[in-house]
Design a protein around this ligand. Structure first.
Ligand code: SF4
Length: 362
């Protein structure tokens, strides 16, 4: 069972294949890939699956409105995991979708015990991060809300609840607190808000595979309650493991990730300590080549820090041929990460006031 609030998830290709089959997630085939080749996550095959992405493609072709929805739980600073979905929503916004971005403060209360008040400065910080990454907040291109302040999403929670039984929630999520169930129903409101505020239209929600239970619940309730709405679609990306090689980035293991607010020295140390796909020694690396597919340095570059596909492909090739050594590559990666973080922090500083204004927080 996939647990959207848990600390473990699929770790290998077999797990992903099994989940795709079990829950009916479709492959991103070559036709879709070519149509969306501008999207870096699809081009680089980080997004591997979808539900109803074809509806969005139709809307793009017919120049009809469509939306992309995502959000963040304000429970801590941005890190590589949270920025993956942020970058995905930005990519879809650039392709013409109106971006709906939710600050899930009800969920951070239910899951982490962070009060709405405590969540405010975190939410401002998180929103400034996504603005610095490139989200365009103009009202015709984006709608941003806090769950606790948005009556529509709470209203949806009550409306659809009539159709929800304890057994259904148990089957989807396993036994959880009632608060987590409620936050999942509020999230149903988050996902269908574009269609409530505008008109029925295709909506795509970029998520990690661990969030699929929310998508399935929302699609089921939309089918039964909002009969004229499009079933919300989703794209699924591979989850980034901990950079130290642990199963998942997790707060209890600070070497498994770095945040965008962390001191540069600490980030550099973590990048240089990342798990690589390198061999025991230089001689073996030259003879056998490295394994970029199992290397967190390569993955960090692929997900975030190398914009140029040709550079990435060249590094992959030189690695497998044994021409690129891990020490050298780690140093290059650390340089790129630090350059990015420095520029990002500068941009972000200037956007804090904008984030406050957008969230109506003093
Ligand atoms: S050379 Fe680079 S990509 Fe290859 S295993 Fe080492 S760090 Fe990873």
């Amino acid at each position: 069972m996939l647990d959207p609030w848990g600390s473990s998830g699929p770790t290998n290709d077999e797990d992903y294949e099994r989940i795709k089959k079990e829950f009916g997630i479709e492959e991103i085939d070559e036709v879709i890939r070519q149509k969306l080749i501008k999207n870096r996550f699809i081009r680089r095959k980080i997004i591997f699956g979808h539900r109803d992405l074809g509806l969005v493609l139709n809307a793009i072709e017919k120049k009809q409105p469509w939306a992309v929805m995502s959000g963040i739980k304000p429970s801590g600073p941005f890190h590589l995991g949270t920025s993956t979905t942020a970058l995905e929503i930005i990519e879809f916004q650039k392709m013409g979708g109106k971006a709906y971005y939710c600050i899930a403060d009800i969920e951070s209360w239910e899951d982490n015990g962070i009060t709405y008040k405590e969540a405010e400065p975190i939410a401002v910080d998180n929103l400034a991060d996504i603005l610095a990454l490139g989200l365009d907040p103009s009202p015709d291109k984006a709608y941003i809300w806090r769950q606790s302040k948005e009556p529509i999403v709470k209203d949806v929670c009550f409306k659809v609840s009539r159709l929800v039984t304890q057994n259904m929630l148990n089957a989807i999520y396993g036994e959880k607190t009632f608060g987590l169930y409620l936050s999942a129903l509020v999230q149903t409101g988050d996902i269908i808000i574009p269609q409530i505020l505008e008109a029925p239209q295709p909506v795509i929600v970029p998520v990690g595979i661990d969030q699929d239970p929310h998508i399935r619940l929302t699609r089921d309730l939309t089918r039964r309650y909002y009969k004229t709405f499009f079933l919300p679609g989703a794209t699924y990306h591979y989850l980034l493991a901990g950079i130290d090689g642990s199963e998942k980035m997790a707060k209890r293991n600070p070497n498994s990730y770095f945040t965008f607010n962390e001191p540069l020295e600490s980030i550099e140390k973590k990048v240089k300590g990342a798990l690589t796909g390198g061999r025991k020694n230089k001689k073996e690396q030259q003879e056998l080549g490295g394994e970029p597919k199992n290397c967190m340095i390569y993955k960090m570059l692929m997900y975030h820090f190398e914009d140029d596909d040709a550079v990435l492909a060249d590094e992959f090739e030189r690695c497998v041929k044994g021409e690129l050594m891990c020490g050298e590559h780690k140093a290059q990666c650390a340089e790129k990460v630090l350059k990015f973080i420095k520029q990002h922090q500068k941009k972000k500083e200037k956007l804090i006031d904008k984030a406050r204004e957008l969230l109506d927080i003093d």
